[in-house]
Design a protein around this ligand. Structure first.
Ligand SMILES: O=C(O)C(=O)C[C@@H](O)[C@H](O)[C@H](O)COP(=O)(O)O
Length: 390
């Protein structure tokens, strides 16, 4: 059950350092804006040369948070200066509430104060919050400048650092203000994952499971067999990250700005985002990956209720998520009860809503997800009533 500080000290992480037998490279094919995702151990120490190779002559602003700064900023700064890259740094508070207009303003101001030019770059060092916020700042400052992702959480390495979705939350909902702005490079140093708390690692794992559930049933089988090794830091961990990035890169290359198939990456997010908003982005109650976990379990149970999928598949999905330490029920969220109307209001603001009609990612079974437009709100309400009464 989610509770407490998601970024509790690494000493409690309980998993051994990752062992990576080789480095992986995944290409996101977007014509002139194509870029590499490098996955391996110790890549932060190579950040200077990797950035210089792609953005010759660029100066950078590193945006990070207080927790990540203590763990990884020093190494990144040494790597940048070692490659002759002039840098300044903005350190922001950790947590989802940093994805706000106020911190966007601070970030843009730091870019302008550093007098960065369009050919310079913002480097996001951190998890999804920092990547989304810094990416959005780099998209709007001077109408767009260079951007590099150095993700330090599992969630950011397998999902948010890839594909160019950047943005902030507003009190009306999650990610409601943003822009598509692709990075020039994603540098995923898997050694940073050893500093995550078990709760934070598990939250990222929800997004790994998502790729199996969308359209890769073989990957879901792989995860069922190798979950323990992935959590323990075996070579299967980097392998799972590589497969996740390949899955996402293929979807992004085919539909960069979500006119169709990219919406499948939103499996679990309609319910998940509504739950995050309902708890006021309070990490003590729910973090993003946990919202996605509950959301994916709900999407499968909702599909069963609509006669699309079997209860057996929905049960298998929930069992796997629970085995990974993830919540699968709304009732698992600590704190005051969440009301159906609160959730329906957030669902009505979902970005997939089209001409006022609700769109969900539903499923016909494991690895058989599809985009369902025109979902009847009464069906959603009835389903939520059942879920909330448990
Ligand atoms: O990259 C995408 O597309 C996704 O939907 C991936 C999601 O896991 C991610 O959380 C994304 O930021 C959500 O996007 P949104 O458009 O629903 O805000």
């Amino acid at each position: 059950m989610p509770a407490g500080d998601p970024s509790a000290p690494a000493a409690h992480a309980g998993h051994a350092p990752a062992r990576v037998d080789k480095e992986h490279s995944v290409r996101v094919e977007l014509g002139a804006r194509s870029y590499d995702i490098l996955i391996g151990e110790g890549l932060i120490d190579r950040a200077g040369t990797e950035v210089a190779a792609r953005l010759p002559g660029a100066r950078v602003l590193v945006v990070t948070d207080e927790r990540v700064a203590k763990l990884h900023l020093g190494r990144l700064e040494i790597a940048l200066s070692g490659a002759g890259i002039a840098s300044s740094t903005l350190v922001l508070p950790a947590g989802e509430t940093t994805k706000s207009f106020a911190h966007l303003e601070r970030s843009v101001d730091a870019i302008l104060e550093a007098r960065l030019e369009r050919g310079d770059a913002v480097v996001a060092l951190g998890g999804g919050v920092i990547g989304d916020l810094a990416g959005f700042a780099s998209a709007v400052a001077k109408r767009g400048m260079g951007f590099v992702q150095v993700p330090t959480t599992l969630l950011a390495q397998v999902d948010s650092s890839v594909g160019g979705k950047t943005g902030i939350n507003t009190p009306r909902g999650k990610n409601l203000v943003g822009a598509f702005h692709q990075p020039a490079l994603v540098l995923s140093d898997v050694a940073t994952l050893d500093t995550l708390s078990p709760r934070e690692f598990a939250a990222g794992y929800a997004e790994v499971v998502k790729y199996g559930l969308i359209d890769r049933p073989d990957f879901f089988d792989f995860l069922e067999k190798n979950r323990a090794a992935i959590f323990a830091g075996g070579p299967e961990r980097a392998e799972a990250i590589r497969i996740s990035c390949e899955a996402k890169a293929a979807v992004v290359a085919a539909d960069e700005e979500e006119h169709g198939a990219r919406a499948l990456l939103n499996l679990g997010h309609t319910f998940g985002h509504a739950l995050e908003r309902a708890v006021g982005y309070d990490a003590a109650r729910l973090v993003h990956g946990e919202g996605v976990s509950i959301g994916m379990a709900l999407a499968h149970r909702f599909s069963v209720k609509l006669g699309l999928a079997t209860g057996q598949d929905a049960g298998r999905v929930a069992a796997h998520l629970r085995a990974a330490g993830l919540p699968t029920e709304i009732s698992a969220i600590p704190g005051p009860a969440i009301g159906r109307e609160t959730l329906m209001e957030a669902i009505a603001q979902d970005k997939k809503v089209s001409r006022g009609r609700l769109t969900f990612i539903l499923t016909r079974g494991i690895g058989r997800s599809f985009l369902a437009g025109g979902v009847d709100p009464a069906e959603v309400e009835g389903f939520l009533d059942e879920e909330l009464s448990q």
